[in-house]
Design a protein around this ligand. Structure first.
Ligand code: FOL
Length: 202
């Protein structure tokens, strides 16, 4: 069986694990939060670019001027989008998450650095079914927002998380992310949030 790269899911979610509304993020103007997302997903560990793997709806939710997300290999999972021409120059279309990650394909993230799964709900769900999904970089949004789309894993603020998921401390998060991640509750545009890292221990 093919060796898959380790997967890191990156997500901003409310206390109810809400991630979206009407095909967009539930909030606007979390500029420093979005800057964190861009920094973390870009930061190279080797000479290789990192990959961002996303579903077609997430691709469509990214403002056209920001896509493909620069400095990263963009892989879009879709059964219907044509692979040639791709939805934008340099973008790779895969028919499933499995295909997106399969080693061997010249264009697959096998030739990438870190692989980040950036959503949305369907693709997160598919990723969480895979043993390769080791880590979640969660931005816990403490302000309430109405949502119609949810992250399909409960990572509670306190108490016991689902099967095998543990929150890591600041030192471990800083070491993995490669920066001193802002500590404690952040406030931006009237919204409060906190940066967390979770790992699957099994
Ligand atoms: N994870 C986190 N922590 N926050 C998010 O907002 C987030 N969003 C998605 C997935 N994981 C996330 C999916 N949605 C862009 C827009 C929407 C989006 C993901 C990325 C985007 O435009 N990104 C630019 C940022 C440009 C800027 O600095 O404003 C990028 O280059 O990454």
């Amino acid at each position: 069986t093919a060796t898959h790269p380790e997967l890191t899911l990156i997500v901003a979610a409310t206390q109810q694990m809400g991630i979206g509304r009407n095909g967009a993020l539930p909030w606007t103007n979390l500029r420093r939060e979005m800057a964190y997302f861009a920094r973390v997903t870009k930061r190279p560990q080797t000479q290789l670019q990192n990959a961002v793997v996303m579903g077609r709806r997430t691709w469509e939710s990214i403002p056209p001027r920001f896509r493909p997300l620069p400095g990263r290999r963009n892989v879009v999972v879709s059964r219907s989008l044509p692979s040639s021409p791709p939805p934008a120059e340099g973008v790779v279309v895969a028919r499933s998450l499995e295909e997106a990650l399969a080693s061997g394909a010249a264009s697959a993230p096998a030739a990438s650095g870190r692989v980040f799964v950036i959503g949305g709900a369907q693709i997160y769900g598919a990723a969480l079914e895979m043993r390769e999904a080791r880590r979640v970089l969660l931005t816990r949004v403490r302000t309430a927002f109405e949502c119609d789309t949810f992250f399909p894993l409960c990572l509670p603020d306190s108490g016991v998380a689902e099967k095998g998921w543990r929150r890591r401390g600041q030192a471990e998060m800083d070491a993995w992310v490669g920066e001193e991640v802002p500590r404690g509750v952040q406030e931006e545009a009237g919204t409060e949030y906190e940066f967390e890292m979770w790992e699957r221990v099994d």
